[in-house]
Design a protein around this ligand. Structure first.
Ligand code: HEM
Length: 176
């Protein structure tokens, strides 16, 4: 068992993608609560949920971004994959900054149980950047194929195992 597996995840089961699911889901919920509050649907409750969900999203972003950063550091500098992954990183960092600003400037709204228009706009911009970043993350994985083993003929029990054919062996097989 290599030490790197604890920070990067296992071959075929990288750590970053499942964390991104949680992060994107939480920020999406925050955005929905913000919009619901702004249109007056259970305004006080949804304003509280909006702010709390934003803060939870910001906390979950820390391990998510760190796992992504560790994978990003292993990419060949300046390669097309690196460019796409770097654009992904910049979009996600921008999204995080907007969500952070929404939480900071929206704290008064949380106390008063109302989402201000400025905080809502910051949340919506954050969500737009999150969507762009998610799209680019998809390009990194599904177009460039980063961390994808693509073992179409791997036995089902091996595919579900914690350790299917390690990435290094897959690379050797592809070169052969
Ligand atoms: C809010 C923070 C972030 C979110 C929500 C996020 C989201 C995503 C998503 C959705 C994917 C595609 C995964 C899939 O669909 O299977 C992805 C892949 C990736 N992201 Fe992020 N990302 C975040 C931050 C970062 C950061 C800061 C970096 C680099 C410094 C980064 C680097 C990567 C890399 C290298 C991949 C390729 C797959 C992998 O390494 O597991 N991400 N990300």
């Amino acid at each position: 068992m290599r030490l790197g597996y604890f920070v990067k995840g296992l071959p075929g089961h990288p750590l970053h993608p499942p964390l991104t699911d949680a992060t994107i889901g939480i920020y999406t919920a925050a955005t929905v609560f913000g919009v619901l509050s702004a249109i007056g649907l259970s305004e006080r409750n949804t304003a509280t949920a909006w702010w709390l969900t934003l803060v939870i999203g910001l906390i979950v972003t820390v391990p998510t971004a760190l796992a992504g950063l560790i994978d990003w550091l292993g990419i060949e500098w300046g390669s097309p994959l690196w460019r796409t992954a770097t654009a992904h990183m910049l979009s996600m960092v921008t999204a995080t900054v907007f969500f952070l600003l929404a939480a900071i400037f929206g704290h008064g709204g949380y106390v008063d149980h109302a989402v201000g228009s400025g905080s809502l706009i910051l949340t919506l911009i954050g969500f737009g950047m999150l969507t762009l970043g998610g799209w680019l993350g998809g390009s990194v994985v599904y177009v460039h194929g980063m961390r994808v083993l693509n073992l179409i003929h791997e036995l089902a029990r091996r595919a579900a195992a914690p350790m299917p054919t390690p990435e290094k062996k897959v690379a050797e097989r592809t070169r052969a």
